[in-house]
Design a protein around this ligand. Structure first.
Ligand SMILES: [Zn+2]
Ligand SMILES: [Zn+2]
Length: 411
């Protein structure tokens, strides 16, 4: 018991020192401003290339974390790394995904190349750095796909003047210690200001009705920005899949607004939504938005996987691989120790037999239930029901990850 306590203390101490060291690093290497990097990714199932298309001075303070500079989650398909040019030290990193992973598994994406926009926000460096745009190899390890040098003394930076109409919806404090969420209102050109205000309020309250967001309300700042990004239904031929490809335009609209996370609110009553990790989330105004929005925010904010089964999707085989899925809330039992194994009650059967008596308003007991990540076989989820499966409350495994994300953004 005593050894355990000492080990735990040592771990906590290391974590604290790590965060402080990174805080020192922030002031030493970064100005406090924000560098926006617009990129283009082009490819198909055979491969892809990525390049920087534009450097932008966001003319805004860095709103992201200042203590946890290196992304602690090994999640998402891509990672941007800011590296000191002189020492080679990694100064900042952030993982993310975009629509390309799904595109390359579609019938069209197997052969035809397509272009996808990405916008990366990083703290503005004081001196010359390398920007590494990383992707994963066959064994899921990150490697540098493209490396470009950025020298603040030499690089011309664009500025953006096309900012959307912004308002503060609920601001609790310093953006660098809050989760800054922007609700981007699309399709409000002919609407009254009253309708816009009502819809902003509805979306914000939907988010704050759901745990763990309800308990963390004070940790958020919420802003509204009005302007069009052409989000459309039927992305990749899936009628409910509502997404936008205009990511650069989206960030033009955001202008200087702090935006750790982005929710696009589409002024339409049809059922639909979508999201990618650390990129953006979308929801329409359909009455099911009460559930669609927290579900999509789970993907966007927590990098959570879908826990439902849909074998008709072109990417239904996404997680039936030799490697453990990156997302925390599903497993293919290749390396279950990295997932929620330690949280299981003693004597839990793996896989756990289905318990159809659990009502959909509850998650039910923690276990390892077959059927998740679109696959009916070979991929497992933590509980019978979850927000990421069928709009139940988030399961304990999803909740744990969401809490970890809060701790990164509020330090
Ligand atoms: Zn989903
Ligand atoms: Zn879950």
């Amino acid at each position: 018991m005593r050894t355990k306590t000492i080990i735990l203390l040592a771990m906590l101490l290391t974590a604290a020192v790590g965060a402080d060291a990174q805080h020192v690093r922030f002031g030493r290497y970064f100005t406090g401003g924000t560098l926006r990097i617009d990129c283009v990714r082009e490819g198909n199932a055979e491969g892809d290339t990525v390049w920087v298309s534009r450097w932008v001075d966001r003319n805004a303070d860095w709103h992201g974390p200042r203590k946890v500079l290196l992304d602690p989650f090994d999640n998402g398909d891509y990672r941007v790394v800011v590296r000191d040019a002189r020492s080679g030290l990694d100064l900042f990193s952030r993982c993310y995904s975009n629509l390309f992973r799904e595109y390359k598994d579609t019938p069209r994406g197997k052969k035809t190349k397509a272009r996808f926009e990405e916008t990366l926000l990083v703290p503005m460096p004081k001196r010359k750095v390398q920007i590494a745009l990383q992707k994963r190899d066959a064994s899921q390890q990150f490697f540098d796909a493209t490396v470009v040098t950025f020298d603040p003394a030499r690089q011309h930076l664009d500025t953006v003047w096309r900012e959307g109409d912004r308002r503060d919806l609920e601001v609790h404090g310093d953006p660098s210690k809050r989760v800054d969420v922007v609700i981007v209102a699309q399709g409000y050109g002919d609407e009254s200001p009253q309708k816009l205000a009502i819809d902003y309020y509805r979306m914000k309250e939907i988010l704050f009705r759901q745990e763990p967001f309800a308990s963390h309300r004070q940790d958020f700042n919420v802003y509204g920005v009005c302007g069009d990004v052409e989000a459309n239904y039927n992305t990749f031929g899936i009628d409910r899949y509502l997404m936008t490809f205009n990511v650069h335009r989206l960030h033009d609209l955001l202008g200087t607004t702090p935006c750790d996370f982005i929710i696009i609110m589409v002024n339409d009553e049809t059922y639909g939504g979508g999201a990618t990790y650390n990129f953006y989330a979308v929801s329409s105004l359909h009455k099911m938005a009460e559930y669609v929005l927290p579900h999509e925010f789970g993907h966007h904010f927590g990098g959570l996987a879908d826990e439902y089964v849909d074998e008709d999707l072109s990417y239904a085989n996404l997680h039936r691989t030799d490697y453990e899925p990156l997302e925390p809330n599903i497993t293919n039992l290749k390396d279950f120790g990295r997932k929620w194994k330690a949280m299981l009650p003693e004597g839990t059967r793996v896989p756990t037999p289905d318990n159809n008596d659990v009502p959909k308003s509850e998650c039910g007991p923690l276990g390892v239930y077959e059927g998740a990540g679109y696959s009916a076989k070979g991929v497992y989820r933590p509980t019978m029901h979850c927000m990421m499966r069928d709009y139940a409350p988030y399961c304990p495994v999803c909740l744990q990850r969401l809490e970890e994300v809060f701790s990164v953004y509020t330090k």
